[in-house]
Write a protein of this length. Structure first.
Length: 232
């Protein structure tokens, strides 16, 4: 059976390009998004190029949708090979930690941190049935403690937390052969990154695809950009 991939937040931006690159490698890619119409359009555009891509509705903050997605994967494929936790929000751009509302803080953590935790946990039995299970947590240099600065506290803390989840999961999954890594795509021109970013989505997606397709002797529990280790 082909490699089965699930990418979250894949109706636009880096997630969409990650899906495209993995489909180009021959995988069956489930592009997931919270807006089914937008996700259908994105999937149709790649499918038209002749690749195996499907749309799946999945809001990572909605446990019921996570359950439905897992049930569908179980029924149709009985496994999941690659999970890319890409979906994220950047709600407090430019805000001081002393100004950001508790609602914004909680919404950010719900999408960027708790969502990946709940989704990964639910998908784990399926990942364990893969010959080469890979979990990629799309993180950011803004979550690196060694370079922590002011502003954007909610987003930064969500990515620092995601980095911690990465290490904890990798440690607990060491014996299973499933690899878990946190990847910073660099500063990329997307709705989130803005038009001044130096990288395009193709460049941003490459390091994520690298982590998604690591060989058996590849690293786990690391933080990387462009396949190079970053300081936490
Ligand atoms: P983007 O263009 O803003 O896309 C974000 C995606 O996440 C969209 O598809 C969005 O869906 C989805 N999303 C948001 N909340 C969701 C939810 N609750 N459930 C499911 N999907 C949800 O951002 P991007 O630049 O491609 O970012 C992708 C990843 O790279 C993120 O993890 C981001 O933190 C990381 N990153 C980006 C940069 C950069 O410079 N761009 C730098 C470092 C790290 P909707 O269309 O429905 O909103």
């Amino acid at each position: 059976m082909e490699t089965i991939v699930l990418v979250t937040g894949a109706n636009r931006g880096i997630g969409l390009e990650v899906g495209r690159q993995l489909a180009e490698q021959g995988a069956l890619v489930l592009l997931s998004g919270r807006n089914l119409e937008a996700t259908n359009l994105a999937a149709a555009a790649i499918a038209k190029e002749g690749y195996l891509v499907e749309a799946l509705q999945l809001d990572v903050t909605q446990p019921k949708q996570i359950d439905l997605a897992a049930s569908e994967l179980e029924t149709r494929f009985g496994k999941l090979d690659i999970l890319v936790n890409n979906a994220a929000v950047y709600l407090d751009e430019g805000s001081s930690i002393f100004e950001v509302s508790s609602g914004t803080f909680q919404d950010t953590l719900a999408t960027n941190l708790v969502g990946p935790l709940i989704l990964t946990r639910r998908m784990l039995p399926l990942l364990k049935r893969s010959q080469a299970g890979r979990i990629v947590n799309v993180s950011s240099g803004m979550g690196a403690l060694h370079d922590m600065r002011g502003r954007e506290a909610a987003y930064r803390v969500s990515k620092t937390g995601l980095n911690a989840l990465t290490r904890i999961m990798a440690s607990e999954l060491q014996a299973s052969g499933i690899k878990v890594n946190a990847i910073c795509p660099g500063w990329v021109r997307t709705d989130m990154g803005g038009s001044n970013a130096p990288r395009n989505v193709v460049q941003g997606a490459l390091g994520i695809v690298w982590a998604a397709t690591l060989p058996a002797d590849g690293p786990t529990g690391g933080f990387f950009r462009d396949g190079e280790a970053l300081d936490w």
